[in-house]
Design a protein around this ligand. Structure first.
Ligand code: G3H
Length: 538
């Protein structure tokens, strides 16, 4: 159970989860707490400390100090501790998963998978870091015109300093470790501000790093209200890098400043993600930023596509699907549409549209809808405001004449999967990111029309194309203005060592394990100047 066993020290006498600073679990001097609302019951389930700006100052100062000696810790030793943390994450997948079920309504088995995937990511990062950071570069001066061979240049990668990581609610553990592990292997210290929904799972994850034996002050985790510590964190002069990742909708961003606080490793999947990203960039100043800022991931279906394959991927990418034969115990490809990489618009050639829509409808009818504890395919979306936002898109589509393939149904935060056919560009759902189980289908009469719609979006995260003609697929991939194009499969971030990036308003920088390690370093060169030879040796 959450907060019991090895995790008992995380909870104070009033049942409030503590924050982590100086290698210890602490109560905030504010005496206040922030409730975490269970999306299923819509009742408070957990409480976390409402930390103060002074507490943030203290843990950032400690992170600065701890980082100095951590940077001198041998790489193999850093990797060893990361491997220990990875093993602990996997060992404690059950209590972590339980938090994810209660805080974000993630289906039970997928919640456990998130912990296991996170352990794998941390281990891979440790191995990759040893290789990537264990090598430098050697250059000589006489390769540039006018120079003698009198200068040797040695290049190494050095850490940035204090990294602020702000993961999103939909992967509060996995998208936290995707920042924490590269930061630590590269010799940085880390300050984590988890999303409020998902904070307790993140605190459990942090405890696994604590149990692994990382030095005091190197890792800290602060919880609280965005209004109190959000801007304070992202604008803090001692923060050397911000990575943000948030899958919250714009309204959540506006009404819940916690999202902004997700800053050290910034991914933001909200439909005005660009605005959010720009706001953070302005506030953060001249420090490296890595952001994933939402997507309207298009799925283009050509008339020669394998429609069964396309339909299966649309359902798994747009709604939910248990991947069979995965090495993981179970793996829903989607999370009620709450992924930045979910299929967000289907662009299908008119000639095959009827057949495709029928196949998708049959599969949607088989999805189970209900409680995350029962491991249902479709579970409640994260907040009531999120559900209201999705409903607004549905109402707009209804008013403008979209074809409803299922009846729209909602109970509390639970929205039944809905396929909207004959969507036109004047409907909001054609452009906006619902972050929920509602998927628009736009019928197209040419491939160019599909590419045009995809590229007219401000977003450019991922896209996919279904065709049996690989040459066409590659030409379409070249034409799509997205960070990744999947050929004959739904969009996805993983495997976690693949590069992952968005174009346009979908982000800054490229992620994936290797890219993240590199992003969390700076290049440092030392030039050895030799005396000008007055005679020729040999
Ligand atoms: O929601 C954003 C995540 O980066 C998506 O990751 O494709 O593994 O679900 P995923």
């Amino acid at each position: 159970m959450a907060g019991t066993g090895v995790f008992a020290e995380l909870v104070d006498g009033d049942g409030v989860f503590k924050y982590f600073s100086s290698g210890e679990w602490k109560k905030s001097s504010s005496g206040k707490s922030v409730p975490i609302i269970n999306p299923t019951t819509r009742q408070p389930h957990f409480k976390v400390q409402a930390c103060t700006q002074e507490e943030v100052n203290k843990l950032i100062e400690e992170a600065k100090t701890a980082q100095k000696s951590w940077a001198k810790t041998p790489l193999w030793k850093r990797a060893e501790l990361l491997h220990k943390a990875a093993a602990l994450l996997k060992e404690h997948k059950v209590p972590i998963a339980e938090c994810l079920v209660k805080e974000i309504a993630k289906p039970a088995k997928d919640a456990a998978t998130e912990a296991v995937r996170s352990g794998d990511l941390v281990s891979y990062c440790a191995e990759e870091g040893v290789r990537v950071l264990g090598e430098g570069k050697f250059m000589v001066s006489d390769s540039f015109p006018g120079n003698e061979r009198t200068k040797y240049c040695l290049t190494a990668k050095i850490p940035l300093g204090v990294i602020l990581a702000i993961p999103p609610f939909n992967y509060p553990v996995n998208l936290a470790v995707s920042k924490i592990a590269p930061a630590l292997i590269a010799g940085n210290s880390i300050v984590l501000k988890p999303p409020t929904q998902g904070a307790v799972a993140a605190l459990h994850m942090v405890h696994c790093f604590h149990l692994a034996g990382f030095p005091k002050g190197l890792i800290s985790c602060v919880t609280g209200r965005g209004s109190e510590i959000g801007d304070f964190l992202t604008m803090h002069p001692m923060v050397n890098c911000i990575r943000k990742q948030s899958n919250d909708l714009v309204e959540l961003y506006l009404h819940c400043p916690d999202v902004l606080i997700c800053g050290l490793n910034i991914f933001c999947c909200c439909f005005t993600g660009g605005d959010t990203g720009i706001a953070i960039s302005k506030k953060a100043g001249m420090i490296p930023l890595q952001m994933e800022l939402g997507g309207k991931d298009a799925c283009i279906i050509l008339d020669d596509a394998d429609l069964d394959l396309a339909a299966a991927n649309i359902v798994k990418g747009g709604f939910s699907y248990r991947r069979e034969k995965s090495l993981y115990e179970s793996f829903h490809f989607d999370f009620s549409g709450q992924r930045c990489t979910a299929v967000k618009v289907v662009l299908v050639m008119e000639s095959v549209a009827n057949a495709l829509v029928e196949k998708v409808k049959v599969k949607v009818a088989k999805l189970t809808v209900g409680l995350p504890e029962d491991d249902s395919d479709i579970t409640p979306v994260v907040t009531e405001s999120s559900a209201n936002f999705i409903e607004g898109l549905v109402v707009d589509a209804k008013q403008k004449g979209a074809t409803f393939c299922q009846e729209y149904r909602r109970e509390g935060n639970l929205i039944w999967p809905l396929l909207l056919d004959n969507v036109r560009p004047d409907m909001r759902i054609a452009w906006e990111e619902p972050f929920g189980p509602v998927l628009p289908v736009i019928r197209i009469t040419s491939v160019e029309e599909g590419i045009h719609h995809c590229n007219a979006s401000n977003f450019g995260l991922q896209g996919c194309v279904f065709t049996r003609d690989i040459s066409k697929a590659i030409l379409i991939s070249d034409a799509m203005e997205t960070g990744t194009v999947q050929i004959n499969s739904a969009p996805a971030r993983g495997p976690d060592h693949f590069p992952f990036q968005g174009l346009k308003d979908s982000g800054i920088g490229s992620q994936g394990i290797t890219n993240s390690i590199n992003m969390m370093t700076k290049i440092k060169t030392t030039v050895i100047n030799l005396p000008t030879p007055s005679y020729t040796m040999g």
